[in-house]
Design a protein around this ligand. Structure first.
Ligand code: G4P
Length: 288
């Protein structure tokens, strides 16, 4: 085991975290509905537990993005867990599915109070002001583009204009802050940091790639052995240790160093790439 693997705490700066969260205060204050995005493959590590103190009683909806990449049974279990906690959540493939209708349906119970107040005052139904929040790389911009489409792109691409935050009208139901709120990551343990790196929220270079791949391999061997078997044509995977699995991958793929030794780094890189590109199938890194 490397020094890195033995290291328990990677980076954890509570002071920075509080500062970053406080900076989002005005954005939260100006919105009616907080849409938090997390990655369906690791809904624990890709959320920030301090968010609830930031948003207080504001209506809050959770979106598990990248449904198309996550293990569907595990995603279902997560949705049931969140429902039990009283948190309204849904999952989506933000790249390929329009979210506006599901968003509309899910937001109804969350904004009952606001709607009742409007009715009491004899006001017309006002569009909801949405704030999209999440840690890096979970799909915040994709969500905004999914809802606002060309409207978001047009504003963002105007050259030579220093933009302040802008509200974009999506429909008579929603207006959207065109800039997402970026939540700081919370990764008190090495395991969580590794998952965040595999999912692209922490830059891979920050953690040694061989360590990332080894952790992934150990995880897949236990949780998704048939994916490994199929992808790399391996037999009796339970009998092989990680080194033997790397050797088998190198042999099958012809990953050899100039002297003829197996190029294990190349096997490590291709394992990570295969996971990220779903060549190993739909895989979730965390269960509820
Ligand atoms: P962020 O604003 O939270 O940082 O995330 P962003 O929307 O930039 O999304 C990060 C990456 O995740 C992008 O990939 C985006 O396309 C992808 N993504 C977002 N939501 C989904 C989803 O539901 N399913 C899938 N499969 N991918 C999703 P990229 O490689 O950086 O860009 P691209 O080549 O996909 O455009």
């Amino acid at each position: 085991m490397s020094d890195f693997q033995q290291q328990k705490n990677v980076h954890y700066f509570p002071g920075h975290m509080a500062k970053a969260l406080n900076a989002l205060g005005p954005m939260v204050k100006g919105s009616d509905l907080i849409v938090e995005i997390c990655d369906a493959r690791a809904p624990f590590s890709t959320r920030n537990p301090m968010l609830s103190s930031l948003i207080g009683q504001k209506p809050h909806l959770l979106v598990l993005s990248k449904m198309d990449k996550a293990d569907p049974l595990i995603t279902q279990a997560w949705l049931e867990t969140f429902a039990k906690q009283g948190l309204i959540a849904f999952t989506s493939d933000l790249k390929h599915e329009k979210v506006i209708n599901v968003l509309l349906k899910m937001s109804v119970p969350l904004v009952e109070k606001k709607r009742a107040k409007e009715a009491r005052l004899g006001m017309k139904k006002q569009p909801l002001r949405l704030l999209i929040l999440g840690i890096p790389n979970v799909g915040k911009s994709t969500f905004i583009n999914n809802l606002a489409g060309k409207k978001a792109a047009r504003v963002a691409n105007r050259p030579g204009v220093t933009r302040a935050e802008q509200w974009i009208k999506v429909s008579s139901d929603f207006i959207l802050l065109d800039t997402p709120g970026i939540l700081p990551m919370n990764y008190p343990t090495r395991e969580e940091a590794v998952r965040l790196a595999l999912l692209g929220s922490i830059k891979e270079e920050v953690l040694p790639i061989d360590d990332l791949a080894l952790t992934l391999l150990e995880f897949l061997k236990v949780n998704y052995p048939s994916s490994l078997k199929e992808r790399y044509g391996l037999e009796d995977i339970a009998l092989l240790n990680e080194k033997e699995i790397y050797s088998a991958i190198c042999q099958k793929r012809g990953y050899l160093l100039p002297g003829g030794a197996y190029d294990e780094s190349k096997a490590a890189q291709s394992l990570i790439k295969d996971f990220q590109e779903n060549a190993l199938g739909k895989i979730s890194l965390e269960r509820p």
